[in-house]
Structure formats: C-alpha cells, structure tokens
Design a protein around this ligand. Sequence first.
Ligand code: PGA
Length: 249
Amino acid sequence: MRRPIIIGNWKMHKNIKETQDFIHEVEKQISKIDNIDVGIAVSAPLLETAVKTSNKLIISAQNCYSQNSGAFTGEVSPELLQSLKVTAVVLGHSERKTIFHETETMINEKVITALANNLQVILCCGETETEYSNNQTETIVREQLKINLMNVPETALANIVIAYEPIWAIGTGKTPTAEEAQKVCYFIRTTITNLYSEAASNKIRIQYGGSVNPNNINDFLQQNDIDGALVGGASLNVDSFLNLLLAKG
Ligand code: PGA
C-alpha cells in the first residue's frame, strides 16, 4: 500500500504571520489524521518559520539550485535547505519551466543534488494544452522523466514523488477527468518499470496536480495509480486545505 501524500503549493503567496496562523490551525485540526502525509511548499524566506512552527507537516521548498555553493546570485542551495531542516523540494514545476526557462537537463541536475542532500523530491511533469490536443501526453511525459531521472539510481527513488500536472489544468479550473489522469499516472508507472523495475514502479508515489479542490479530490484519489495531490490555489485557504485533507482522511 502506498501512503497518500497531499502537498499544498503556495507559490509566491503568504507572509510570516499568515504562515504561522495557517500551520497552527491546520495542525490543530489534523491531529487525528494519521493515514496520509501532508505538507506545504512555501517561498524560500518562509521556510525557517514553517519548519519552526510545524510539528507534523512536511515542509517543502519550491525550488533549489543544482550546486551547494558558489557564485549563483539569487539561488538557494540544497545543502542550506537541509541545514534548515527542510525535508522536501518541488522540482520541475511548469512555472519554473515556462517563466524561468528551466530545461529538463537543469531539472535533472537539481534532482541529483537535492537527493544527495537527503531532500525528498516532488518531481513535476506534464504536457501543454497543444500537446494534450495532439495526443502527445505520453511521449512528453516519458521524455521529461527519462531526462529528469538520468543517473538517478533505483535506490534513490524512495525519496521521489512524481507529480503529474497537465500544464493546461494549473490554475485554470480545467481538469482532465479522473479516468484520464489515471491513464497518464498508470503510464508514468509503466515508464518507471521500463526505466528501473516493476518493484520500483509499484512503490513510487504519483500525485495528480492541476485545479484540485475539495470537490474533485476524491475522484482523483480513488484511482489506482494516483497516490495524492499537489494543490495550488485550493491550498491557500485553511478551510479549503482542511476540506481537501478531510475529504481523504
Ligand atoms: P492549482 O496549481 O491547484 O492552482 O491548479 C497546482 C500547481 O501548480 O501545483
């Protein structure tokens, strides 16, 4: 049995006080939920506050660089994240690719360094709307994973969660049907079998992300190959985030 994992991706939202209030409220309410992993991915300057405030949540960064130190103005080192007791990092989010021009190879380098610093990696993949319309989803996702996971040994997969995020579903209110998302997540699992082994693909957790909300989360989580969700907009409001967790928990 794969343990479900739900992560709220706050993107560039919230300040220190809002972060403390949110974590206090969520932790009060989820004290009885012990069958899912729950976390939040916050802006770098909020990480220390989040780690210090939280007892139960996975505190994740939203990005890091592929080197531990050096002349890389404005970047955040995985080693520093680890020293802050941050336990996870989201890599390859489509906003990093489209707005900040990250390539699949850059993401691969980041994955390797993040894993070497004992961070759990939430690795995003997914197709654009045009690729979706042209039935290229599987080709695109396979190519992304092949490059992103290059030189990542099978033993390291225990620290990777894959998030399938169709780009056209992010922040748009549009989603694939749960069956469509399941089909792609099954394909991702098959890709892991081909790149590694069936044992590895049975173990790896795969999230769906893109306009997940308290009303549709269960449709996705009921699918055989969807083990959780990466949630943007609906994770910003405490009540909505709690509703997502309680829908599952
Ligand atoms: P959304 O974002 O839930 O607001 O669509 C998801 C994401 O970007 O991870």
